[in-house]
Write a protein that binds this ligand. Structure first.
Ligand code: NAP
Length: 282
């Protein structure tokens, strides 16, 4: 029951109405008997800093930050963990932690490492990353550690690819830019999709999707996910027998890393997984 000692954890983003994070974290709080609640708040860019400082003043446990505020959050916090510093984006702010009033972490990178580790081992070297935004930067950081060979990056904006290569550790000499729609001119193995393509309002160019999968990657990861059903990339990969990890796995593993930092408790992974898949009410 909510009472005077209930602690708040929050999600700040715009939009947040389809977020599964409240369901996942509240199930975990309930399972461990923690007097905490996780709520999602839609906050505009102009009011983001005010909202974050307000949560700190209220003694909240912390706040997840999502699109479009992850880079803004990095500028507002007093200190950063290593992954947040490397990707230039913060997706979790903890208040009065590690000697800081607001400490910024990036648990997307931990989530990506864990999600990549669940896929079958590679058949050969080389990965293709689609997109060069915030999530792609987190993916590139995890890919630099988890893969060998070239990392091909296809994006509409070549500037953003150059920036990704220049600022991320571990990619020196391995990052190969590609124009959007082009395929690597050499064999590659892992496809990582880090654009909004596949969200209900963002359909794929079917011909491009077919060309990508016909190039025969042995595994795929789609960061985009739908609250219900599969994305086009998940569906098309399954049809071809290519093992594909859903963005929901990333959400789960990101959530596990977030929960650990918020509560200093070992997260109940199965409970969080059931809440995501089974739709348990919060
Ligand atoms: N599963 C999870 O837990 C999780 C976590 C984080 C993100 N995500 C997913 O990752 C996606 C990307 O997030 P983000 O934070 O990186 O966003 P972002 O910073 O806005 O970057 C989006 C990237 O996608 C590109 N893009 C957008 N629309 C496109 C289109 N129609 N065709 C080709 N490229 C397009 C952008 O290119 P331009 O620069 O040219 O616009 C940019 O490179 C989100 O939509 C979300 O679905 C999932």
């Amino acid at each position: 029951m909510i009472g005077p000692s209930t602690r708040l954890a929050a999600l700040l983003g715009d939009p947040v109405d389809h977020s599964l994070s409240p369901r996942m974290h509240n199930a975990a709080f309930r399972h461990l008997g923690l007097d905490c609640r996780y709520l999602a708040f839609r906050v505009s860019g102009e009011r983001f800093e005010e909202a974050l400082r307000g949560l700190g003043a209220l003694g909240a446990l912390g706040a997840n930050v999502t699109v479009p505020h992850k880079e803004r959050a990095r500028r507002v916090v007093d200190a950063l963990d290593e992954d947040a510093r490397a990707c230039g984006a913060v997706n979790l702010v903890l208040f009065r932690r590690n000697g800081s009033a607001a400490w910024g972490a990036n648990t997307d990178v931990a989530g990506l490492r864990a999600t990549l580790d669940e896929l079958p081992p590679p058949r050969r070297e080389g990965a293709l990353l689609l997109g060069a935004g915030g999530a792609a930067r987190a993916a590139a950081l995890a890919l630099a550690e988890r893969t060998e060979g070239n990392l091909w990056v296809a994006a509409r904006n070549p500037e953003r690819i150059r920036d990704l290569e220049a600022s991320l550790p571990g990619l020196e000499g391995r990052c190969r830019p590609l124009a959007w729609g082009d395929l690597p001119p050499e064999p590659w193995d892992l496809l990582v999709q880090a654009t909004p393509l596949g969200l209900p309002s963002r359909p794929w160019d079917e011909a491009y999707l077919s060309r990508l999968l016909d190039a025969a990657p042995s595994r795929a990861l789609d960061l985009a996910y739908r609250p219900e059903g599969l994305t086009e990339l998940e569906e098309a990969s399954r049809r071809r027998g290519i093992p594909v990890a859903s963005g929901r796995r990333l959400l789960l593993h990101q959530g596990v890393a977030t929960f650990r930092l918020l509560t200093d408790r070992e997260p109940p992974l199965e409970i969080m997984e059931q809440a995501l898949e089974g739709g348990e009410a919060s």
